[in-house]
Design a protein around this ligand. Structure first.
Ligand SMILES: [Zn+2]
Length: 459
């Protein structure tokens, strides 16, 4: 008998390995944060003496979901910029961020986001936001896997008060001082080709490469962005990034909704990955990303929620379901299938982050990030096919246990590393300290605004 830290046993284990192996009445053995074996429960129970156990009978056990694009502390602004275009959204959110954000409020917003994510079975996220050090500290204290790093966005009066000219030096010092924990890697965030100049984008890409960091940008989110970038630089956003040498296997683009065929070919040629955010894209009226074309071209596509202002929740299972549905709208029900959607939220998300050797499936040698989904409820019965259950029927509320790096963060729907009531109270207090201004149109042109709600944001 070998001593281990944790044995999850008795459920059907959906490994999400390359063969799509499902182990009925299976088990996962974990030691020092790593998966040591996956196999039949009877055999693993006889082989190992665990310090802790999870009885998963009647449940599905699967890899933790990975959110490849979010802005966690935007939970502070949830519900404050709905039913507007992307440009209207930015117009509202950026000034409010300047008024609201500090290391303390970012910590508060991130803590709430981590609590929400753990409940939703999300075990890791790529988080682009101001005061990333505060978010890092929150995630570390909660035992949650966060990939973050310095953000570049050349806007007047950035919320962190750091002038653009100082940011390269600051980011360099940060990257030099941090060695990534297992299951993470350094990250550099360049907001987009419409908030950064070409020379800035290349300097940031060089910095990321020098530190072996993932480079993450927003790109081609909607037609207005494409028009803006084309007018400024004579090229579409992805064309511009390609011409600057910013694309590559360590570059991940969020959204990539409005792409030409040539841009899809450029992503495939350079090995650039995409973080697909269907909820945010639909809510902001951006359109539907060409995911079937991207995957057919060989582009890695992971799944993201985006921040809680543009998607309102961090429910990645909800995004998974939408990803499995929305691409069928053109008439092809095979466009994105159930298994593909589940892979997108797990192993393909890990691949998009460049961490597929450590995350995204339940296989020996990988980090022990897993969730237990209670399938004993009416809406999940019978269970003919676990991929179908996950893609089309399961909800975030069905997640019962969440494990990150071998540590239980939620057991029987109770959070173990966060005081949930306190987290929610603190979020309310911080958000209410800076009230949401009434929309301009509602105060100045009440009759017009009702008829044409989006006029004000098209300026
Ligand atoms: Zn975003």
């Amino acid at each position: 008998m070998t001593s281990i830290d944790l044995l999850v046993h008795g459920g059907d284990v959906l490994t999400v390995d390359a063969a799509g192996t499902v182990v009925p009445d299976g088990a996962v053995a974990v030691r020092a944060g790593e998966i040591v074996e996956v196999g039949p429960a009877a055999r693993l129970r006889a082989a190992y003496t665990p310090a802790e156990e999870i009885d998963a009978r009647g449940c599905l056990v699967l890899p933790g979901l990975i959110n490849t694009h979010t802005h966690l502390a935007m939970t502070l602004l949830r519900g404050s910029a709905d039913d507007v275009t992307l440009q209207g959204f930015l117009e509202r959110v950026i000034p409010r961020e300047a008024a609201l954000l500090s290391p303390e409020t970012v910590a508060t917003g991130t803590r709430a986001a981590v609590a929400e994510s753990v409940r939703a079975g999300v075990t890791a996220a790529l988080d682009m936001y101001w005061f990333h050090e505060a978010a890092e500290e929150v995630a570390r204290a909660a035992g949650w896997r966060l990939l973050t790093g310095p953000t570049f966005m050349d806007v007047p009066g950035p919320p962190d008060g750091r002038p653009y000219a100082d940011r390269l030096g600051w980011a360099k010092a940060h990257l030099a001082a941090h060695s990534p924990a297992p299951g993470t890697r350094p990250v550099v965030f360049a907001h987009s080709a419409y908030t950064l100049a070409p020379a800035q984008l290349t300097a940031i890409a060089d910095l990321a490469r020098a530190h072996g960091a993932l480079l993450h940008l927003h790109a081609a989110e909607n037609a207005t962005e494409v028009a803006t970038v084309t007018e400024l630089h004579g090229m579409r956003p992805v064309e511009l990034l390609d011409s600057l040498g910013v694309l590559g296997p360590d570059t991940l683009l969020a959204h990539a909704v409005d792409l030409s065929d040539a841009e899809i070919a450029a992503l495939a040629r350079t090995g650039t990955a995409v973080a697909h955010c269907p909820v945010s894209n639909l809510k902001l009226g951006c359109g539907i990303a060409r995911v079937p074309d991207l995957t057919a071209a060989g582009v890695t596509v992971g799944l993201g929620t985006d921040g809680a202002v543009s998607s309102n929740t961090l429910d990645l299972l909800g995004a998974l379901r939408l990803a499995a549905l929305v691409h069928k709208a053109g008439g092809d029900p095979t466009a994105v299938g159930a298994e593909q959607a589940v892979r997108m939220a797990t192993v393909e998300s890990a691949r998009a982050l460049g961490l597929a050797d450590q995350l995204g499936s339940l296989e020996p040698g990988k980090r022990a990030d897993l969730i237990v989904l209670d399938t004993g409820r009416p809406h999940l019965a019978p269970r003919h096919d676990p991929w179908s259950t996950l893609a089309y029927a399961a909800t975030a509320a069905d997640v019962r246990d969440t494990v990150v790096d071998g540590r239980l963060l939620m057991r029987d729907r109770t959070l173990l590393t966060l005081d949930e009531r306190q987290v929610v109270d603190d979020l309310r207090t911080a958000a209410e300290a800076v009230p949401v201004p009434r929309p301009r149109a509602a105060t100045t042109r009440p009759s017009d605004s009702a008829a044409r709600p989006s006029d004000e944001v098209r300026a």
